[in-house]
Each structure stands twice: as C-alpha cells, then as structure tokens.
Design a protein around this ligand. Structure first.
Ligand code: PGA
Length: 250
C-alpha cells in the first residue's frame, strides 16, 4: 500500500513572518500520519518553517536545488544547504522552472540525482501543455520527460525515494482541473513507463502525485483514484484549503 503524499508548493509567496504565522495556524489541524504532508516554502523561509513545524506531522520541502555541490553559481542553492535546514523533499522540474528559467530534462535529471545522493526525495514534475494535449501528444511528451528525468537512476532509489508529480500545464493556476479520470489515466500511464524502465515492483512502489488546481472540492475524487498517490498543491496551499485537502475523506 503506497502512503499518500500531499505537498504544498508556496511558490514565490509568504515572507518568513507570514510563513510562521500560517504554520502556527494550520499545524494543529494536520494531525494524521496516514498521509505524508510536506510544505515547500521559498528558500528564505526554509529555516523559519523548519522551526515552526517541529513536533508536527509536517515535513519540509524545497522548490528547487542546483546540481553542483558548491562554487561560483550566483543565486543558486546546493543540496547540502537544503540538508542543513532539514529539507526532506525537493521539487524539481516544475513547469514554471522549465518555462521561465529554461530548465531542461537534462538539468532535471542532474538535480534529481544530486538530491538522491544527499538523501533528499526529489518530487519530479512532468506534464504537457494544452496544445500538446489537443494534438494528442501528451503521452509521448510525458513518457520522454519521465525517461529523461530518471536516466541513470537506480531502481532501489526510484522504488523508495523518488516521487513523480503529473502536472498538466493547462491545469496549473488556471482553476481548470484535469478530470479525475484524465489524471488517473496519466498517472497509470506513468506507472507503466516506470515498470518498463525498471520492473513491476518498482512501479508499484513509486508514488505519483497529481497537481493542477487541486482544491477541497475535488481533492476527494482525485485522491481516491487507484494510481494517484497524492497531490502537489499550489494556490490552495496558501490558505486553510490546504488543511481541508490533507483531511480529504479517505
Ligand atoms: P495550482 O498549482 O494548485 O495553483 O494549480 C499547482 C502547482 O503548480 O504545483
């Protein structure tokens, strides 16, 4: 049985002060260990959130990492820096990073490998644009993204430590959610790709989230689909809606 994993991606929102206040507001209502709950603040707020979540059921995630260990890479954050503040998960290859910061599949792969080397779970994002879906290319696009992101990663790592997030770009921040059936279809397809790349036991263990306009009113339907093991939540993670999503009807 795969444990569900619900992660809140705050994106470029919340100063440390707001972050702390918000965690204090929600932490008492997140009292289940049936679900892994992750909050991914901006780097500036990581340490504050780390302190605020102490003794709670919330774990810390980051939104990005650089794949080199250290050196002259102005503006970047290393995996060791994330480890220093107890980051357990890190999003890689979010579509906003691919779109606005020219992140390629190769970079996503290097980042995922670096995180695994440091015992941080990568949450690898994949997903097609609306044009790609309308052209019927979504399966090819997602298959390539998954293959390239996982290139050279050992099966034990995929089995135990990798999380994949299917995030159709047309559903992110738009209020348009993929139907639960569309989300299930693609998550099942991703699981098949993992089975082909590795073996069935790996596919049955890897956790695959759906992300894109997940809200309290659709969380239940999405999260009870057989191949959807959780959600990556953007906008709704900034409000009390996040609590309602975590406490969806299991
Ligand atoms: P959204 O964002 O929930 O605001 O659509 C999801 C994401 O970008 O991970």
């Amino acid at each position: 049985m795969r444990k569900k994993i619900i992660a809140g991606n705050w994106k470029m929102n919340n100063t440390p002060l707001v972050a702390e206040q918000f965690i204090n507001e929600i932490k008492g209502s997140i009292n289940t260990d049936e679900v892994d709950v992750i909050i991914c603040p901006n780097d500036i707020s990581l340490q504050t959130v780390e302190e605020a979540i102490e003794g709670t059921y919330i774990a810390l995630g980051a939104q990005n990492v650089y794949f080199e260990d250290k050196g002259a890479f102005t503006g970047e954050t290393s995996a060791d820096m994330l480890l220093a503040v107890n980051v357990k998960y890190c999003i890689v290859g979010h579509s906003e990073r691919r779109q606005y910061f020219a992140e390629t599949d190769e970079m996503v792969n290097k980042k995922a490998k670096k995180l695994l080397e440091k015992d941080i779970h990568p949450i690898i994002c994949v997903g097609e644009t609306l044009a790609q879906r309308e052209a019927g290319d979504m399966f090819t696009i997602v298959e390539n993204q998954v293959k390239e992101a996982l290139a050279g990663i050992e099966k034990e790592q995929v089995k135990r430590n990798v999380v994949i997030a299917y995030e159709p770009i047309w559903a992110i921040g738009t209020g348009v959610t993929a139907t639960a059936e569309q989300a299930q279809e693609m998550c099942a397809f991703i699981r098949q790709i993992v089975a082909k790349l590795y073996e069935e036991t790996v596919a049955q263990s890897v956790r695959i989230q759906y992300g894109g306009s997940v809200k309290p009113n659709n969380a239940n339907e999405i999260l009870t689909m057989p191949d959807i093991d959780g959600a990556l939540v953007g906008g709704a993670a900034l409000t009390n809606d996040f609590v309602a999503i975590v406490n969806y009807e299991k």
